[in-house]
Design a protein around this ligand. Structure first.
Ligand SMILES: [Zn+2]
Length: 376
């Protein structure tokens, strides 16, 4: 980015500079997705809690309506009036830090939030598959790993300067492209090649919240939605597994939570890649209000929600972002203005717009610039 562009980008993150963009958010809601929160005592890396506090201070000061995800959906569905500029926070997976670090901060600002939980993870039956991959890459003493994934051999060199976290991400992206059963076998082969034991229960930094934590969070204004039983990429599963993952995670959540929200969060959640009409049909049959995706990083609108029968089951979310400025741009109308301009330019030049989701593909790992956010 040039200095001039950087200056403009910084300028457009100043609260006073964003106010002229407010009309752009008429009829638009921002659904934010977040993952991990830093907790040094547990060895957890993630968003600095001060960043969340700063964001909520900003949103309260600028009088953004902070509403529950369910309220956004009821507005989109026409059951209640839609709220301009509404912001709804969501978190995925149900890791311990979401209960111990994030939930108290959301309560401090009287801000609703919804957590999508992996029921088998909270039940203690598993630890999340990408946590296992991270753990293997972090702890192996081998300098080179040779692992078959989906019929292809991958040779991974751990001592040629590439950060291990980046190598782990590449391996994860490969895993997402093969059938679920093959992914699980590949992770076993990875652990064997790395000579790393994977215990049945996750280490402290990968621990889930408990169902008691769920109920304690509910008392603080947090709500919960299902995010499958084992967190597979649903499009890589059989019909039977896809059905099971949705049905059972919803049943477990209804059994444990006092007021579960009938909105589903897809694992990984890339539109057109990680779920499809099969999953939408299952959710519709179960009476869900809808479902949220992890891409393409757009805002939620009534017209989008009503654009097709499956649209309520593909409601977009926007990543919290790497810094305070990206959040301000997302909620204020600056991001929307930029997206509209980009689409207009793309139309004029008759060049297909670049799908921002492409940066999440493993094939982009070698691209310059900061790494894309890890979406699970
Ligand atoms: Zn997830």
């Amino acid at each position: 980015m040039s200095n001039a562009m950087r200056w403009l980008s910084d300028l457009l993150a100043a609260p006073w500079a964003t106010r002229p963009f407010t009309p752009m958010m008429h009829g638009h809601s921002t659904i934010i997705v977040m993952h991990r929160f830093a907790d040094p005592d547990r060895g957890i890396e993630g968003l600095d809690p001060r960043a969340l506090r700063r964001a909520l201070q900003f949103l309260r000061r600028e009088r953004y309506p902070l509403v529950s995800l369910e309220r956004v959906f009821r507005g989109l569905a026409g059951e209640e009036p839609p709220i301009d500029r509404a912001v709804a926070f969501t978190m995925d997976d149900g890791t311990i830090d979401q209960a111990t670090v994030a939930a108290p901060i959301f309560a401090e600002f009287d801000c609703p939030a919804t957590i999508f939980v992996v029921s088998g993870y909270l039940d203690g039956h598993l630890w999340c598959w990408w946590h296992r991959v991270e753990h293997v890459f972090e702890t192996t003493r081998r300098r080179e790993l040779s692992v078959m994934v989906g019929g292809l051999r991958h040779v991974i060199r751990l001592d040629d300067g590439v950060p291990r976290a980046q190598l782990a991400r590449r391996f994860m992206e490969r895993c997402k492209r093969v059938p679920e059963t093959e992914k699980l076998r590949a992770i076993q082969r990875l652990a064997a090649a790395a000579e790393v034991d994977l215990p049945a229960r996750p280490p402290a930094r990968y621990a889930p919240m408990s169902w008691d934590d769920v109920r304690a969070c509910e008392a603080r204004g947090i709500t919960f939605g299902p995010h499958t039983v084992t967190h597979p990429v649903l499009s890589r599963t059989s019909d039977a597994q896809s059905m099971h993952e949705i049905h059972v995670s919803w049943a477990r959540l209804r059994a444990e939570a006092r007021r579960p929200v009938p909105i589903f969060g897809y694992p990984n959640g890339h539109v057109g890649a990680d779920f499809g009409p099969r999953e939408c049909a299952t959710l519709r049959r179960l009476g869900f209000l809808g479902a949220v995706t992890n891409w393409p990083g757009d805002h939620a609108t009534v017209s989008g929600f009503r654009s097709s029968a499956d649209a309520p089951f593909s409601v977009p979310r926007i990543d919290f972002g790497a810094d305070h400025r990206s959040l301000i741009r997302s909620v204020s109308g600056v991001l929307r203005t930029k997206q509209l301009l980009q689409r207009q330019l793309a139309l004029r030049s008759a060049v297909a717009p670049v799908d921002p989701g492409i940066m999440l593909d493993g094939s982009q790992d070698e691209a310059e610039g900061p790494p894309a956010p890890l979406v699970q």
